[in-house]
Design a protein around this ligand. Structure first.
Ligand code: SAM
Length: 290
């Protein structure tokens, strides 16, 4: 892919997640609760323990970084990096409110991570970030460089779109009402389904120079809402690509899409609370010792 296309993906990513930052603050409780099991898997698979120095790539509003900060304790350190300064501002607020002082948050200016020396981290994680990156092999290679030999990186990405109704339900309605807005095909860099299989994730790990790739899938409930209306509110304030897409539409179009989505979701959950999620792929690899 040409450099300008890579830059374009990054710029779009920054805009999308800047737009979603207020939503991540508003829906903090739901997001934390829904995604915590994935954080726990990443932490276990990366072998994170007390005293470690850990990198959290694409930390967003600070997870799993803040969970890890409690595990590594005062003798450890966590660095959370993200493209979006507004997401990181929420992360910093959360850090202060939790009384943590062993975490630093930094804007990711360059996917080669030039700010960090070789062999400086005991572990690295990336929860639902890698698939948004224009060149995931490049980022993983940089993570390998900064990891100490024999240490692990652990990531979570979304599996195929047909197993992720939390996201595809509104996107189907968008396509119906605005046919020229086509969702990115699975496997296309920079979208939620850019790395939709364990095989593809494994090949990215291999190209980046990791050994001992291991992966599994897990079902994740993303949105827990009292009603279809509340589901609509949450997903259109939290899912970066959707927040950004809708911000460019007329009120009439947005309302038509909203009505469609609410009707579909009511059909799925006629009796009340809505639970919609997706299949996550959780993968890890080890930096070879020599
Ligand atoms: C779905 S959010 C995940 C946030 C957090 N890790 C979590 O699980 O709660 C995706 C995040 O990836 C970040 N992101 C996308 N591309 C990135 C890149 N090239 N470098 C750093 N962060 C990136 C976005 O800014 C956004 O905050």
């Amino acid at each position: 892919m040409a450099t300008f296309q890579l830059d374009e993906i990054k710029q779009r990513q920054r805009l999308e997640w800047q737009a979603a930052a207020p939503g991540w603050k508003k829906w903090e409780r739901m997001i934390i609760q829904s995604l915590q099991p994935v954080a726990d898997m990443l932490i276990k698979n990366a072998g994170i323990t007390s005293g470690n120095t850990v990198l959290d790539m694409a930390t967003g509003t600070g997870e799993p970084a803040l969970t890890i900060a409690k595990i590594v304790g005062p003798g450890g350190r966590v660095v959370g990096m993200d493209l979006s300064p507004d997401m990181l501002d929420v992360a910093k607020e959360r850090m202060v409110s939790q009384g943590l002082n062993n975490v630093t948050f930094q804007v990711n200016e360059h996917d080669d991570l030039p700010a960090f020396p070789d062999n400086s981290f005991d572990a690295a994680v990336c929860r639902f970030g890698l698939m948004f990156m224009p060149d995931p092999v490049r980022v993983l290679r940089a993570i390998r460089r900064v990891l100490k030999p024999g240490r692990k990186v652990s990531v979570a990405v979304w599996g195929p779109p047909e197993r992720a109704p939390f996201f595809t339900t509104p996107m189907k309605a968008v396509s119906k009402h605005v046919p020229e807005m086509k969702p990115l095909a699975p496997g296309t860099p920079g979208g939620p389904f850019a790395i939709p299989s364990q095989e593809m994730l494994g090949s990215i790990f291999k190209k980046a120079g990791f050994s001992n790739f291991q992966s599994q899938t897990t079902d994740v409930t993303v949105v827990q809402a009292e009603s279809p209306e509340e589901y609509w509110e949450a997903i259109t304030e939290v899912a970066g690509p959707i927040v950004f897409l809708l911000s460019k539409m007329t009120v009439e179009k947005k309302n038509a899409i909203r009505e469609d989505v609410i009707e579909t979701v009511r059909g799925l959950f006629p009796a009340g609370p809505v639970r919609l999620g997706g299949e996550a792929i959780v993968g890890s690899g080890t930096k070879p010792s020599v």
